[in-house]
Design a protein around this ligand. Structure first.
Ligand code: SF4
Length: 349
């Protein structure tokens, strides 16, 4: 039977500026409270009796009506390149959050659901089934946990970017994801830029339409095939929302930059003809294509990654067609930092 979380008070990490202003009856207090709640410090599970700059009685209302989300880091694995994977326990199960450091910034990959209802053939999360949607406060808490790790490790660049590419299909939990994006980008804290937050979808047309209308953050579409036959083979819900419909939604927003992810599977979607079809599909769109070698360890069925030579050949074709394209060579492979992978390993042991 599906896990039903108990009805609880709102998460303190799920409060928008408007929520804080309502609870504290003052914009000034809300600003000070946001600076404290979303401030850089070690992750803590307690709300103190007082915080700087906020009247004690007003803060007492926040303490009385909100809880700190029950998130507990039960495992932390650090790869040689600094990529850090957190296994985070929450009511109903565990999710994974990954910190990916780069020279000038670190990116936090957050989960939006415990499990997933979609059945992408290359994804270990799909084999876990679906437990529940995460609340906005639980999504924001993942960012705060990973950012606290960066604060402890001065050799890592600050965590200034967030991608919703962990467990779950974010657009199947859109209300909570939109609230989490609003909080992550709000002033005065955490104050990430809209361009620093990217929500990745496996292609849910109604959710894409709503997200592109209601949010200024970036959307990334996981395309993974140049024909419907190919795409349906690895992402069965392509039968409901085929490629032409997905691209049509993107074309409704010609001024936005659209990120397209293309996981490359050996002999499935990686020929020069596929590259030419992808270039034609995206022609005229303000698109950025990311080519991603498949990580076969995550795959519940026998799908292999395209070779480096094939990926580079594909890149040459789309690049020559004028598409802005990057190859995303994997990071953190020694800690299995890909979608659903740690959860799968844990489930099996
Ligand atoms: S790739 Fe994403 S949408 Fe597809 S099953 Fe995995 S978590 Fe769900």
């Amino acid at each position: 039977m599906r896990y039903k979380p108990p009805v609880t008070a709102p998460d303190v990490t799920g409060l928008t500026m408007a929520d804080l202003e309502g609870l504290l009856s003052s914009r000034r207090r809300a600003i000070e409270a946001a600076k404290w709640i979303y401030g850089k410090r070690p992750w803590s599970l307690e709300l103190p009796p007082a915080i700087p700059g906020v009247n004690g009685e007003a803060w007492g209302r926040v303490r009385a009506s909100c809880t700190v989300p029950e998130v507990q880091v039960t495992d932390r694995t650090i790869a040689t390149d600094g990529t850090t994977k957190f296994l985070i326990e929450m009511p109903g199960g565990s999710v994974e959050t990954v910190l990916i450091p780069a020279r000038d910034r670190s990116t936090v990959c957050v989960s939006s659901q415990i499990g997933c209802t979609r059945s992408c053939r290359f994804c270990a999360t799909a084999t876990l089934g679906f437990t529940r949607n995460l609340r906005a406060g639980e999504i924001v808490a993942q960012y705060l946990v990973a950012r606290a790790h960066c604060v402890e490790r001065p050799d890592l660049s600050p965590a200034t970017n967030v991608v919703f590419m962990g467990m779950g299909e974010p657009l199947d939990n859109l209300d909570e994801v939109l609230t989490a994006v609003e909080i992550l980008t709000q002033t005065p804290a955490p104050q990430l830029g809209n361009a620093q937050v990217t929500v990745s979808t496996s292609g849910i047309v109604p959710g894409m339409r709503r997200f592109l209308t209601e949010s200024k953050a970036s959307l990334a579409l996981s395309l993974n095939g140049s024909t419907d036959d190919q795409r349906t083979r690895v992402m069965p819900h392509n039968k409901t929302w085929p490629i032409a419909e997905l691209v049509a939604v993107l074309r409704e927003h010609p001024k936005r930059t659209h990120f397209i992810e293309y996981v490359m599977f050996d002999g499935v979607n990686d020929s020069d003809e596929d590259a030419a079809r992808v270039a034609a599909l995206l022609d005229g769109l303000n698109a950025r294509l990311n080519l991603i070698p498949h990580n076969p360890i995550t795959s519940p069925i026998a799908l292999q990654s395209s070779s480096a030579e094939r990926i580079e050949a594909f890149h040459r074709v789309v690049h020559a067609a004028g598409l802005r394209t990057m190859i995303r060579w994997p990071k953190g492979s020694d800690v299995a930092a890909a979608c659903g992978q740690l959860a799968r390993i844990r489930t099996k042991t």
